[in-house]
Design a protein around this ligand. Structure first.
Ligand SMILES: Cc1ncc(COP(=O)(O)O)c(C=O)c1O
Length: 377
């Protein structure tokens, strides 16, 4: 049953269960055929209302904070693989309590917390920086010059630290398997001499294996070869791939305004509050039943319902004029979008719902004045 957008109260993020399951099935089949572990990176997707579905496929989690590690334990029932640029004394014990693996960003951090991690039976890794990435966007390139992420080969002398069982790198963004192949060649060249000393290698995220055209057999072969050649457990922790094209942000047109010939549809959602990556990256999202501007067709800029002058994007063309009450549906609004929202301006936060082919729409969370107020005091 296709999603009946007219039945959904707006604004609302809607997870499409069958699309999500398609992603989970593909990722679990890669995990099983490549004999690697694939974790869901909570930073990209942690809408825990659908974690019972993730549990069916047996996915673990990667966390970047105490909150995410705690959520992994509470809602996914797993101890997290945790990495943070720096840990704090006040929360490290709790983080370790929720983690099976922990990666340190520097030798200083290893020296500071290695003993307590070891005592807690948590497997320790080092985040390394191969200083190579295919990423075209600086904002998503952890290997850009001056990066704060990971230990470079030059900094890691031949005296590999005692007790370290893993190496972790993350260099990719929405990449294909051929980008990973290039990274692996550099990683092995720079850090290969340490591979006989470790049990696991975490290849981070950015593997968009659920995107149409991704060469899955190439990925599987590469991972199997790497594992066999270096005799290590291989871990991937993509985030986007899990929720990629698996849901929508459903909005309603509140008004149409016009200035110097530009028509703007004011929506009950906001780019800055509810689709921040559109402005940050920036990128133009897909709107269902609309196209990029076509001369002669009704064309609109979409305007967010906040006071930020830049809270708008253009331009989309529609078959018919837009009017108040019409639905505007933004596609692919799950990964990162749902975890990065704000309540700036006190703009109403979209609720969260799940669309299932068998039972239709289920509203799982609404946001009210108390949610806004409780973030401040
Ligand atoms: C360390 C680490 N792991 C995993 C991820 C997830 O990446 P993606 O959602 O692009 O797959 C990120 C993203 O920033 C990251 O920084």
């Amino acid at each position: 049953m296709p999603v009946d957008f007219n039945r959904i109260p707006t604004p609302c993020y809607v997870i499409d269960e069958s699309l999500l399951r398609k992603n989970l099935e593909l990722i679990s089949s890669v995990r099983d055929t490549a004999a690697v572990d694939i974790l869901v990176a909570f930073k990209a997707f942690s809408t825990w209302g659908v974690f019972p579905i993730f549990r069916e496929y047996g996915f673990g989690a990667s966390a970047s904070s105490l909150n995410e590690a705690r959520l992994a334990l509470e809602e996914l029932g797993v101890k997290a693989h945790t990495y943070s640029p720096a840990y704090e004394e006040g929360s490290i014990a709790d983080i370790l309590g929720c983690s099976s693996h922990i990666s340190f960003n520097s030798i200083n951090q290893l020296q500071k917390y290695g003993k307590i991690a070891h005592q807690g039976g948590v497997s320790m890794g080092l985040r390394v920086n191969p200083e190579f990435s295919d990423t075209a966007y600086d904002i998503y390139n952890p290997c850009k010059p001056g990066s704060r992420f990971g230990i470079t080969a030059e900094q890691l002398d031949d005296d590999f630290p005692q007790g370290v069982e893993g190496l972790h790198f993350h260099t990719l963004f929405e990449a294909d398997s051929f980008a990973l192949e290039k990274v692996l060649a550099v990683f092995v060249k720079k850090f290969g001499k340490f591979l006989s000393r470790v049990k696991w290698v975490n290849m981070g995220g950015g593997h968009l294996m659920t995107k149409k055209g991704y060469d899955i057999p190439h990925l599987v072969k590469m991972l199997r070869d790497f594992r066999a050649r270096h005799n290590v457990e291989v871990i991937l922790e993509p985030g986007s791939a899990f929720a990629y094209q698996a849901g929508y942000l459903v909005s309603t047109v509140l008004d149409i305004v016009e200035n110097q010939g530009i028509k703007t549809a004011i929506l009950d959602v906001s780019f800055t509050c509810h689709m921040p990556d559109c402005l940050e990256m920036p990128y133009k999202p897909v709107i269902l039943c609309a196209t990029d501007e076509i001369p002669g067709k009704p064309t609109y800029r979409m305007g967010g319902n906040s006071c930020l002058a830049g809270d708008s994007m253009g331009n989309w063309s529609f078959d018919q004029d837009l009017k108040p009450g019409d639905r505007v549906i933004f596609d692919d609004m799950m990964h990162y979008t749902t975890v990065k929202t704000t309540m700036f301006n006190g703009v109403a936060h979209p609720s969260i719902g799940i669309w299932s082919d068998s039972s239709g729409f289920r509203l799982v969370r609404e946001f009210h004045y108390q949610d806004y107020k409780s973030r401040l005091s």
